[in-house]
Design a protein around this ligand. Structure first.
Ligand code: AMP
Ligand code: MG
Length: 315
């Protein structure tokens, strides 16, 4: 299959509206979209990514009026979060509207909904004739794509079109909050931090699967994620480590001595934005080990820690 590259939201939306699969930019990471009214296109998203069928997709809308097409019930917690954080890097899990196909929600009674703030995403979604189901636009298990070039690298020949935009400004997937039960639950950390959520909903809980037999609340959390080919090791500033050849480092502190490649980030925002791009760059340079500094578990540090722990296979 030929994968078209375009800068035009109109051309990209034409592909989607005729049953195609289209990658598009958002502020978190690039998404791989299919109209929820095109079941064949939804299956193609799973095939192109190699994504397990029991890992549901997030549905993307461009305005609040579209919410009713996706969700059956919006409780008072969800309303508060929508007021404060939509549009933006927040996904809400809500009771689903029956017209959302089971293939999108992996048979769950709930649906993840997000309204991205990126203006190109907004324009593209507004031209699509139905809400757009979209996981991250990368091969399953690999680091998410934060630029159109990374999307193309993973999915050229497997999807219909890539809408080229700027690199994602956040670079980490959306925060996910379940709002379909009596207590809101943070399922995945992201750029909307736990502290920001607590300011709106003080009773919010953090999802912690302590019992192996307990089904994870968010099916995707059980799969390996974000992993570069290189191994991930953790590094504390000022620790002495014996660095082998082809090693790299990313973090806020100075790198360990002897790494062949490093990225010192000025702050957590830059760390989050650069992380997946750096992983992919390291793979292209045949780096064998990436030393990563683990930020503290607060603010944006929580999301970066989560991605690093998962990428290292320790989550
Ligand atoms: P991705 O789009 O690749 O960032 O993955 C989407 C994430 O959202 C996965 O971890 C899914 O498990 C999660 N997700 C999507 N829909 C739901 C839902 N209805 N309930 C819980 N988690 C969901
Ligand atoms: Mg993903």
């Amino acid at each position: 299959m030929q994968t078209a590259l375009t800068d035009s939201t109109e051309i990209a939306a034409d592909f989607l509206n005729s049953g195609g699969v289209v990658a598009f930019p958002t502020e978190t990471v690039y998404g791989l979209g299919a109209g929820i009214c095109h079941p064949e296109a939804i299956s193609k998203v799973f095939r192109a990514k190699g994504r397990p069928g029991d890992n549901p997709l997030i549905v993307h809308i461009y305005c609040l009026e579209q919410l009713a097409d996706v969700a059956a019930e919006i409780n008072s917690d969800a309303r508060l979060l929508i007021e404060r954080f939509f549009p933006g890097p927040l996904t809400l899990v809500l009771k689903k509207n029956p017209c959302v196909p089971d293939s999108v929600t992996a048979g769950l009674e709930t649906v993840g909904v997000r309204c991205p703030a990126n203006p190109v995403a907004q324009e593209f979604l507004s031209r699509c004739s139905c809400p757009v189901a979209a996981p991250s636009a990368n091969l399953s298990g690999l680091p998410s794509a934060t630029s159109w070039e990374s999307v193309y690298e993973d999915l050229n020949g497997k999807i219909d079109c890539v809408l080229r935009g700027k690199p994602s400004t956040i670079g980490l997937e959306s925060t996910i909050v379940e709002c379909s039960g009596s207590v809101p639950i943070l399922l995945r950390a992201g750029a909307i931090t736990l502290e920001q959520l607590q300011a709106v909903l003080p009773e919010i809980r953090v999802n912690a699967v302590t019992d192996e037999r307990e089904a994870p609340k968010s099916p995707g959390l059980k799969y390996p994620h974000y992993a570069p080919k290189a191994s991930i090791l953790f590094y504390n500033a000022n620790e002495t480590v014996a660095i082998g050849p082809s090693s790299a480092y990313i973090g806020l502190s100075d790198p360990p001595e002897g790494v062949s490649l490093f990225r010192i980030c000025l702050n957590l925002e830059e760390f989050g934005r650069e992380l997946f791009r750096f992983f992919r760059y390291c793979d292209a340079q045949c780096i064998k080990v990436i030393y990563c500094e683990l930020p503290a578990d607060t603010g944006l540090g929580r999301a970066i820690r989560d991605r690093l722990l998962r990428a290292s296979g320790r989550h």
